[in-house]
Design a protein around this ligand. Structure first.
Ligand SMILES: [Zn+2]
Length: 448
């Protein structure tokens, strides 16, 4: 009992810190940016960049050394061309110099330590200040407000949180956070057997919106549809943390009778992308300076690189996220002038590379309605010559589906790669509960 009370008080304090006065102030300020002209956005970004560069030079050891070595002047005129003189920053570089990235102006005792997974498996330690935490929260609320969500609306969450033990086979597979008006559902117990329990609690709780990993919500929608069950309509579904393919989005929208708003962010907090009411992805200019850089072998996709505007305690400049997007030359009909991207492809490391060096992104987009009998699928590449497909078959999945899958896949990747198909009962999630569509163990040159 005492332990529970303690947790509750901690949560209360955390919520107050995250959603206190400063959060409200930031949230109201960033609404204005939606009405900025292109020129105003440019000015906002340039002025903020100048501030970050000067701050980094004066208080961050790593940047003082770097700017001196490349002869970057921080006090004279500074333009967008000048930022291009700064070399790109990689995850490994942060891991090697972690403490040299911390600003001497920051109050170390108040920094929140966190970690993101490194390319070599070694986690990269990151530090955030309270302003950054408040800003991040304001940005999440911006996405919610674009989706029509209001403070006080009830939320159901399916985001890989550990709710109950994985071996538990009886409900509840959820918990209710009475403070946050939140129903937290397990991502690890969704099955055709348990879907009725999930629906029952959703019907009782009546959430206004759902926040989820796309894979978890898709799976739930899939079972509801397959079993012909009556769903629970919500105002919106906000997805993030994994890529979402069109067919998954369509099914979720159909089953929960809502629109899906996909949000992109990264642990390093250098760039954020939100979905507007017109259904397009907008790069948020108040969050960071985002550059879409060319890839050596790939003419179509770009790598997302960002300079964070929100964490002065550990500034990251021109950080390569390793995430790929397809840029859009167009303008959005919603009227917001910020840059639009057509789609978010996902991790650069999670791409199939053919023996000829071709890049095949979002490989499961080949799964159209012809393959409705595949519940989940994962592509694993261990070497250049073969690809292993692991799939959870639906009730009517048979040999002809298997052959059709192999032939469709061959069309994409060519005949030089062998394809092995393996039927499994379920696809394991990563430690954080995330689902990975493509796992590539091929070492890529630009990350060596
Ligand atoms: Zn828009």
């Amino acid at each position: 009992m005492v332990k529970d009370l303690n947790i509750t008080i901690k949560r209360l304090i955390w919520r107050r810190l995250r959603e206190g006065k400063r959060f409200k102030h930031i949230f109201s300020c960033i609404q204005e940016i939606d009405r900025f002209s292109k020129e105003e956005i440019r000015r906002l970004q340039l002025e903020t960049l100048k501030e970050i560069i000067r701050h980094s030079y004066s208080s961050v050891p790593y940047y003082r050394r770097l700017f001196d070595s490349i002869g970057l002047s921080v006090n004279g005129r500074f333009n967008f061309e000048d930022i291009a003189k700064i070399p790109f920053l990689t995850k490994d570089e942060i891991a090697r110099n972690t403490h040299d990235f911390i600003s001497s102006h920051s109050k170390k005792a108040f920094l929140k330590k966190t970690a993101s997974s490194g390319t070599t498996g070694r986690p990269v330690v990151l530090y955030r200040d309270l302003y950054s935490i408040n800003f991040e929260n304001a940005i999440l609320w911006k996405q919610r407000s674009w989706a029509g969500i209001k403070h006080g609306d009830k939320k159901a969450t399916i985001r890989g949180e550990f709710v109950v033990d994985g071996s538990k086979n009886k409900p509840p597979f959820w918990k209710i956070d009475w403070l946050g008006k939140e129903l937290i559902l397990s991502s690890y117990h969704i099955s055709s057997k348990n879907v009725r329990y999930y629906l029952e609690i959703l019907k009782n709780f009546r959430p206004h919106y759902i926040e989820a990993y796309p894979s978890s919500l898709y799976l739930l929608a899939r079972f509801i549809k397959d079993l012909g069950l009556e769903s629970v309509p919500v105002k919106a579904a906000i997805t993030s943390s994994e890529m979402i393919e069109d067919y998954k989005k369509a099914l979720i929208e159909d089953v929960f009778r809502c629109k899906v708003y996909d949000f992109y962010g990264n642990a390093e907090r250098v760039s954020a992308i939100a979905t507007c009411p017109a259904g397009n992805y907008h790069i948020l200019p108040e969050y960071g300076f985002t550059e879409l850089i060319d890839l050596k072998e790939d003419k179509y996709n770009k790598e997302l690189t960002g300079t964070s505007f929100i964490n002065m305690s550990m500034p990251l400049i021109r950080y390569r996220t390793g995430d790929m997007v397809v840029p859009s030359p167009g303008q959005c009909e919603c009227g917001r002038q910020s840059q639009v991207v057509q789609s978010i492809i996902g991790r650069l490391d999670d791409i199939i590379v053919t023996p000829e060096g071709r890049y095949i992104p979002v490989i499961d987009s080949i799964l159209d309605r012809d393959f409705y009998d595949i519940v989940e699928i994962q592509f694993i590449q261990e070497d250049h010559c073969s690809i292993r497909v692991r799939l959870v078959p639906g009730r009517d999945f048979g040999n002809s589906d298997r052959n059709k899958l192999i032939s469709k896949l061959s069309e994409r990747i060519g005949s030089n790669m062998k394809i092995y198909v393996e039927e499994v009962d379920s696809i394991e999630r990563a430690k954080n509960g995330k689902y990975r569509t493509v796992i590539s163990n091929i070492k890529r040159k630009e990350y060596e």
